[in-house]
Design a protein around this ligand. Sequence first.
Ligand code: AMP
Length: 273
Amino acid sequence: MTIIQTPQELQELLKNETQSIGFVPTMGALHHGHLSLIERSVKDNELTIVSIFVNPTQFLEGEDLDKYPNKFDADEKICKIAGVDILFYPQKEDMYEDDEIKVIAPNIRGFVLEGAMRPGHFDGVLTIVMKLLNIVSPTKAYFGKKDAQQLSLISQMVRNFCMKVEIVPLETVREDDGLALSSRNIYLDKAQRKEALKISSSLKKATQTVMQGNLNVKEIQEEMEKVLSPLNVEYISIVSRAFIPQKEIVIGDSIILVAAKLGQTRLIDNLWI
Ligand code: AMP
């Protein structure tokens, strides 16, 4: 496995590359969720490139940028064992100059839910993903459904800017007890870890309600609220795949999303129906 630090070196290395390239962009502190994307890329492509970059422009003032876990040595080993060919590990100054052109999230699906709670977050995400996709020029890029809105916006960006990459969405990987894996789970103390289970439990409850034939969004939200109580819930939202709020669940076109805070730690999870 080769470790590359600058976009220029990586582009030089890939200049004459004709093999299929799978790309997995991450912020590091790799867990089995990331690994599922990497393994799929290794399976599907002749070359796999993973990036680790804690992108400062997608963090808001007062968020956890300064304490975001850095586990580079462990991440490097995980990538090597998983069969990654190139690990791209740039620094901030390699990726940005002053007064740059940015990608701006669209008005509707970019400004609800995460976009409403974290203004500017998606502009930061889309801009860095655009840069990374242009540097790597992958055949396929792999993203988790765990970050549903991010995935939807990246797919839209690729469509709107006529980019050639194929975006491959993959299922959320969970702990045995249901908690969605996240690099931020390490912030949770024992009591918070237990409380956090209410998030996936509320989604399970929603599944049961839908399976019993109740598709009413308000009633499903109320059921979920009961399970989530007394967590500090930021939103429980049911939207279409295009992030338009729904009154009734549409099988095959609904996503149920939850965001909640456990102390200072903000967790998100969702269920695609
Ligand atoms: P991050 O390092 O948090 O920026 O995540 C990098 C990629 O891993 C994104 O495409 C995420 O959606 C994906 N990811 C994060 N957590 C999970 C998970 N539990 N299961 C599957 N994919 C995940």
